[in-house]
Write a protein that binds this ligand. Sequence first.
Ligand code: NAD
Length: 702
Amino acid sequence: MDAVTPPVTVARHGAVGVIAIDFAPVNALSKAVRQGLLDAVRALEADPDVAALVISGGPGRFIAGADIREMSQPPDAPFLPDVVAAIDACAKPVVAAIAGAALGGGCEIALACDLRLGGPKALMGLTETRLGLIPGAGGTQRLPRLVGVAQAIALICEGRVLKAGDALALGLLDEVVEGDLLAEAIARAPGVPKRRLSALPVPAGDAAADEAAAARARKAAKGVPAIDEAIRVIRAAGEFATGLALERAAFLALRESAEAKALRHLFFAEREAGKVPGLESVAPRPLEAVAVIGAGTMGAGIAVALADAGLSVTLVERDGEAAAAGLQRVADLYARQVKSGRLTDAQGVERRARVTPTADWSRLAAADLVVEAAFEDLAVKADIFRRLDAVAKPGAVLATNTSYLDLDAIAAVTSRPQDVVGLHFFAPANVMKLLEVVRPALAAPDVIATALALAKRMGKQPVVAGNCDGFIGNRIYALYRRHAEVLVEDGASPQAVDAALEAYGFAMGIFAVSDMSGLDIAYAMRKRRAATRDPAERYVSIADRLVEQGRLGRKTGAGWYAYDAAGGKSADPVVEALIAEGRAEKAIVPRSFTPEQIQRRLLAVMANEGAKALAEGIALRASDIDLAFVHGYGFPRTRGGPMWAADQMGLRAVVTEVEAAHAAGGAGSEPAPLLLALARDGRGFADWQPTEQAEQQGGQQP
Ligand code: NAD
């Protein structure tokens, strides 16, 4: 009956008017949905035959949140607060029938209703802070009236998503309905007493608990401005109308903030990264049984990550003793998760039982996918892949976790190069989100599709990379580290470089990170490359000298820093002397660098190398590079990644920095032609399309 404009329709069930939203895929609150909701509420309120309203998102859905694309455009009426205000002002009872996600603005709509009935799959949460915002349609004012200020601060600042049971326990849902949710809502609606949260007082709380919640949120937020604003506005929830006005002003200001824009960029980047041109209709190969070869630091972590995804894992080592040691590593990783409360005892035991250690290679015959994580040595890996070729079943995906080695060379030792792929996990592999999927020249499309499907199943963020030294991440990281060392040789202290990076938002500076990973790995890589290194490249040998003195980083108690027994780090006069010696040998007169100069230089060299990777087709899009650094290298999310940050700096300014870096760093640091071209045209990386690169290459897709 009285159909309104799609995507929102109205139907009458006796005296109940049901407002149904049908806007695929998740009923996002775009303009048409807001308009439809507003019209529907007004029409039903005015209809004398209607006694009560139900808002439904259809089976399995409610309203998953704002339409994030619209957030980068000027606000367009009707605004969400208008819709929520219409519900709040409606003289008739309004029931929310929440069968799926009620997040962000969807949750705010639900909070304006008198009764919230959820299905077993309902999800509730005010998740705006994840996008650098605060709720903008009353969420910061209604939630504290429901759960108190301290709990509201925790829920909003963490952007927590509550499953039906938890939402019920906290009172965000009034009931969970196992049967027909919509029928129940319709049956109940006419008798529902009015209970508008806007009319309720904020429960008298405990000032100390509120303050503790605020302090916890600020600590976890690491300077994200939305968190401070959320706390301020939630605490102002005493008088509803005043609080609402404060909330709206803060929301609109945050929407335009650099942080929110960077977070929106990453939101889209994360969804885009799994899409690879040409793979749209390629089905992945089936995956159930998987195996890992090598149960060291990475192999054990990868086995845990696979077991966490519900897969059964065969963990292959060189001999029985090494296999047992590998299983012990797996057990230790689970024990840590149980101890920290992330897993229950039973879950730890169950997941660990999915991993079977062995030294028997014939066990690999059952695997649908094998990840090799043995030593970083081409001869070792070639030998393993030859043996694997002999035992693995036809169609099995053969993956390597190599950090730098040539994937084509590894694939070439097998009789099935089409089945070989790089799966580059980051340490610790069961924690870090990034999975670089490295695509050798001969890889079959369904092998890449399988890798992407696996990433999804494991909850990892995939980024597809072409085959080159270091792929996307380590290739750019190598330049970043080289220039950090150049800065040190030219006058900055390692502590000053680290402090500048931490001030920029990195959790740790690059020298502290190097000490943590161990200086021997990069040392071995430099030795391997020594013969082919361009003599015109500036070579800073301070790190080599540290390693040659046995200073391998944290594991030896000394590296770029000195470490005390408790792991505390401090500047070390020995390192200062080494640096001074290195400068003296090259007759360098040390100069000083401000934190901003350090930040700009290092950002520029990252973006410059990123531009080279883009032009070569190693990265498909600039946003993939951003994701690699945000999810694999601790680049601050609120800066959006190095390519995004370079765009914000302005590519002309980036070129100037890169020219200075080139003058300081010599060969290998030349400005990228793509960077120069974009800067000349006044463009940014964000609006560069991979097709432009295909055109430059005569129409060939990489
Ligand atoms: P590791 O030395 O801790 O572990 C390697 C393991 O492989 C050892 O347990 C060893 O016994 C086993 N192994 C060696 N040869 C084998 C063989 N023929 N058959 C079965 N097992 C064998 O090394 P790691 O740090 O775990 O690195 C493994 C791989 O992962 C390397 O390719 C490395 O470049 C890559 N990687 C490492 C990191 C990191 O941060 N450590 C990050 C990403 C990728």
